[in-house]
Write a protein that binds this ligand. Structure first.
Ligand SMILES: [Zn+2]
Length: 352
């Protein structure tokens, strides 16, 4: 049963987000409306069920349009567990390919944040995914910044974007992505290494990350999330801090184990002012961890700057920031929620 008092307490907070993905946070209702408004007169991709599920089994509704926003939401909430990642992310991806659409989705995003009491967010996106209709990566970043600026004027919500390297790309493309980001160095919070971690360790992207050393861009790395072995997850955290000079680590699920290769990873995080961008509800959904087993209380006691984040709140049920805060509040109490909210502001890369 829900603890209503705690829920209201979490809902009443003014929030700041250090880790969420733009494409993973646009709600099904906004996407459904985008695809179905003037669909015949504009060059929009059809919004239809994909051919197969995550196991390759043909779907009964393959090729049929989604009946309504609710059905689309059910599809998006089946990310990875029922449907392939590329099929699900193709839905927001299809709506984010032109200047006009990027600006529209920036406004949807800021409206979403405002409704959830979030007034500052380091929203991240991979420009490479938004070049299908001919925009260059630097144009994508420029139009996104323009969209977030316009949305700030309308909503009061400030977004300082982080540019993701989608790690399936060749390391030479990663350098192009960072070059595009460097054109907007003052307007961006930083860069990030994101997407499928297994087989794509951080050191592959050293040359791209090196370009940001001694610039204004901060560095975040998704590390210690998706590898099959705990050793590899911990190793990637170590590499991200020591080689890529990460300022933030996304996920780091086994960080509470503390050491790798005889080195104290927690001490490394403290010595290098590295924030932890934890995404508890996401981890609980996709990996065999319960939120308790992240030991965020212990990490916080050890002095790690732990932040609580939603990651992709449109992609699973109960994925908003308030759901994440409530989940850790159930385990560790209101004071822990206070600490996590305070940490998100301390850890924010505001550029000030
Ligand atoms: Zn993420």
């Amino acid at each position: 049963m829900r603890d209503e008092e705690l829920w209201e307490y979490c809902e009443g907070q003014s929030l700041c987000i250090n880790h969420l993905h733009w494409d993973g946070s646009i709600l099904a209702e906004d996407l459904y409306a985008w695809y179905n408004t003037n669909a015949q007169t504009e060059d929009k991709p059809p919004l239809v069920w994909p051919d197969a599920d995550v196991l390759g089994k043909r779907l009964p509704k393959a090729g049929e349009p989604f009946a309504d926003a609710k059905e689309l939401e059910g599809f998006m909430h089946g990310l990875i567990l029922k449907y392939r990642m590329e099929d699900v992310f193709a839905v927001p991806g299809g709506a984010m390919q032109t200047q006009r659409d990027l600006r529209a989705m920036a406004l949807h995003h800021c409206n979403y944040l405002k409704e959830h009491n979030v007034f500052f967010a380091e929203t991240r996106f991979a420009p490479w995914y938004h070049t299908r209709k001919g925009l260059s990566m630097s144009e994508v970043i420029g139009y996104a910044l323009q969209g977030f600026e316009e949305a700030h004027e309308k909503t009061g919500v400030r977004v300082r974007p982080i540019i993701c390297i989608n790690r399936e790309v060749d390391p030479s493309v990663a350098i192009d992505i960072v070059d595009a980001a460097l054109l907007y160095e003052r307007d961006l919070a930083g860069i990030d290494l994101a997407c499928m971690e297994q087989g794509r360790p951080p050191e592959l992207f050293y040359d791209a990350f090196r370009k940001t050393f001694d610039t204004h861009l901060k560095r975040s790395v998704h590390a210690g999330e998706m590898c099959l072995s705990e050793n590899e997850n911990l190793r990637n955290v170590h590499t991200a801090i020591t080689k890529l000079r990460a300022d933030g680590i996304g996920h780091a699920i086994p960080l509470h184990k503390r050491t790798w290769g005889g080195e104290d990873l927690v001490q490394l995080m403290l010595d290098n002012n590295v924030r932890l961008e934890s995404n508890p509800v996401c981890n609980d959904r996709f990996y065999p961890v319960t939120i308790r087993r992240l030991h965020l209380d212990k990490l916080s006691e050890w002095g790690v700057l732990v932040t609580i984040n939603p990651d992709d709140p449109a992609m699973w049920p109960d994925g908003h920031l308030v759901d994440n805060l409530y989940a850790v509040g159930r385990l560790y109490g209101k004071e822990f929620v206070d600490k996590m909210v305070a940490n998100s502001y301390v850890a924010a890369w505001t550029g000030e």
